[in-house]
Write a protein that binds this ligand. Structure first.
Ligand code: UD1
Length: 415
């Protein structure tokens, strides 16, 4: 198992360019299953999750080849419409092949994902919506068997909660369904708008993605397309917080600051100076942050995937912050690790109370998940002495060249 070793104390300074978004590219790869042919994706991040999605596509019968930031995929006429448990366990986003395969093949077999560190993470909204479009589901021996005996038909679905995955699954199904679909209370994430623009390039008729009402006119067939993946706002925001936590300054290029509107606003409230351009922003961190009150919410609210990194930044605030987690039932494993470094954090239900301390001291901590590992690295950057973040492979799932990038900004860090 790999670890990241970081010695705190160096203020980070310099420029980084955001890679393509993990949470967009994985969906684009699934969307390719909607039509046979040759596809090319550009600005693909060098992360493990892209390889895992490549394995899912391979299993379904497509062939993926990655070279640098380009992924080329050949999708055949005939598909093997299933995702086995070992792949779904590795990556929950595999569940999105349900909508695409139901639309293209009329059936799918997907192992049902269990819970994880974020809570039980059900997929009821995905299934309800697809059922309203004519799909039928049966759970046999832990595998969800889906079929659409009479094809999928367009319909109006109103989501209980703007779930990103449910919106995407329904969108992928609706583009080839018969007639008009409306997804109400849809997720508004920029990655979803990027998926819709890729689908439209494939010949789909999707309107309103990026707003809470998405309208789709089903078409009878789609064709392959090329696409450049939108910037990873979570990667951009993580580097911004890393620099801020060290009292440093950073310019992040290639990412629209509006994708991080709430996160940058909160950083300003904590005492950071922020400058915004069309596709760049810069952040100068304070000596110590002011405390904050934050609630995670679907976009354009504060992103739950920025919560651990923000808490890490707030550990050294002059006062007490409260971060309320509204998206996941549990996302708190990183807290014990930060407390081992001298932080004073207490979780009470959905609320995380962060009492600022004068400083952290480095030690050995467990990475837990992608954002937790990033948060613990951020803590290590400002801590006294050496921090070892174990289970560093979590970082590889979501960050392209994380250690190298922080090193280039002046961090004393290696793998
Ligand atoms: C996506 C992102 C993830 C991010 C999350 C929220 C990818 C690969 N992952 O995950 O990084 O943290 O959005 O921005 O893009 N829920 C239900 N029933 C459902 C569906 C969801 O109760 O049918 C709940 C989930 O358990 C969770 C919440 O809704 O508590 C949000 O989930 P959702 O927006 O669907 O997240 P994902 O698409 O899984």
């Amino acid at each position: 198992m790999d670890s990241i070793r970081v010695t705190g104390g160096n203020p980070l300074s310099g420029r980084v360019k955001a890679h393509g978004a993990k949470n967009a590219v994985l969906k684009h790869m699934v969307a390719m299953l909607l039509a046979p042919g040759h596809y090319r994706l550009d600005n693909v991040p060098g992360i493990l999750d892209v390889d895992i999605m490549g394995e899912v596509l391979d299993h379904v019968g497509a062939r993926c080849a990655r070279q640098g930031t380009v992924v080329e995929v050949d999708v055949p006429e005939l598909l093997n419409p299933e995702a086995p448990l070992e792949l779904v366990r590795k990556m929950r986003a595999s569940i999105l092949i349900l909508g695409a395969l139901l639309a293209r093949v009329g059936s799918a077999r997907v192992a049902l994902p269990g819970g994880d560190d974020f809570g039980s993470r059900p997929i009821g909204m995905h299934l309800d919506g697809l059922e309203q479009m004519g799909a039928k589901f049966e759970l046999r021996h832990g595998v969800l068997e889906a079929s659409a005996p009479n094809g999928l038909r367009g319909t109006e679905v109103f989501l209980e909660f703007p779930s990103v995955g449910a919106t995407e699954n329904l969108l992928l199904a609706a583009v080839l369904a018969k007639g008009r679909s409306v997804i109400g209370n849809a997720a508004r994430e920029p990655e979803l708008a990027d998926l819709a623009s890729f689908l439209n390039a494939m010949g789909a008729k999707v309107d309103g993605a990026g707003t809470s009402t998405i309208e789709v006119m089903g078409v009878t067939s789609l064709g392959p397309a090329d696409h450049t993946v939108v910037a990873d706002r979570l990667e951009a925001g993580t580097y911004a917080l890393a620099a801020a936590a060290t009292g440093g300054d950073i310019t992040v290029e290639g990412c629209d600051p509006n994708f991080l509107r709430m996160e940058l606003r909160k950083m300003e409230a904590a005492g950071c100076s922020v400058e915004r351009g069309e596709d760049w922003f810069s952040v100068v961190g304070p000596e110590r942050p002011e405390p904050l009150d934050i609630a995670t919410l679907p976009f354009p609210g504060f992103h739950t995937d920025m919560h651990p990194q923000m808490v890490s930044f707030l550990t050294r605030a002059i006062g007490t912050s409260i971060v309320t987690e509204n998206v996941y039932a549990a996302r708190f494993r990183y807290i014990g690790e930060l407390n081992r470094m001298g932080a004073d954090i207490h979780a009470d239900g959905q609320h995380v109370v962060v009492r600022g301390v004068d400083g952290l001291s480095g030690c050995e901590v467990d990475g837990c998940d992608i954002r937790a590992a990033a948060a613990l690295t951020i803590a290590g950057l400002s801590a006294d002495g050496q921090t070892i973040v174990r289970e560093a492979e979590h970082i590889d799932r979501g960050y392209d060249n994380f250690v190298e990038t922080l090193h280039s900004l002046g961090a004393d860090i290696d793998r």
